[in-house]
Design a protein around this ligand. Sequence first.
Ligand SMILES: C[S@@+](CC[C@H](N)C(=O)[O-])C[C@H]1O[C@@H](n2cnc3c(N)ncnc32)[C@H](O)[C@@H]1O
Length: 251
Amino acid sequence: MPRATSFGLRAADYDRYRPTPHPEALDRVLPERAATVVDLAAGTGLVTRALLARPTPPAVVIAIEPDARMLARVDGAARAQGAAEHLPLRDGSVDAVLASSAWHWFDAEAATAEIARVLRPGGTLGLLWSRADPTVDWVDDVRTIGRAATDGSARLSRRGFACTLPEGHGFVDDTPTAVHVRWTRTMTRDEIAGMVCTYSGVLELDPAAQREVFDAARARLDELVAGPDPVEVPFETVARRWTLEGAAPCE
Ligand SMILES: C[S@@+](CC[C@H](N)C(=O)[O-])C[C@H]1O[C@@H](n2cnc3c(N)ncnc32)[C@H](O)[C@@H]1O
């Protein structure tokens, strides 16, 4: 199975443990009057739910996701199975496309061309990434257990979310300085260890090896984090936005 669609192996855990982007970051990348919004690579619908919960939700939210096991968990919005490189949408039919914790899985050139095709002129592309904050030592230590078990790139999690769109598709960068929101989430140690096991490298391991990652993460949390459950876990959401040239932006 391709690594890009390994998340559906544990769709329920993914939905339970993974973070939703912070609302402030969502506010910064979503134009206020965007009526038709696509949650691309929607997964289990964390962003779709956040969109529907806004004080003024977009009139139409469309969740697009290639993995049927993930898409089945999306509720309350239009759903379509599809990939970023071949979007099941008409030309110029949407106001905004959002992709959360997913851009690195796409063929950037093909996805950028497809997103430019389906956006109306003046429409926007918002990219977001959310994760437990690896600049905090104990967080990095625990995340590293999952990464070290799979690809050995123990320090990979300190890398940032550098992202430039391929040129020539008409996008203008609205956020030369990325939006960066730091926040905390209340989780038990079991939930933190469960979250470590929802990353693609761990999902590819056999069940016994996955259990070992969980147990190692759980034991390390007992060593590193003082006090009873639950724990305040530091998170970060990083976001970028681009506008498709050709008309006034819709805000
Ligand atoms: C880390 S998950 C992010 C899910 C969701 N956006 C979130 O924030 O929780 C990455 C998602 O990208 C999807 N994906 C992988 N390759 C894709 C592609 N080429 N086009 C669209 N989605 C893709 C996976 O199936 C998975 O649901």
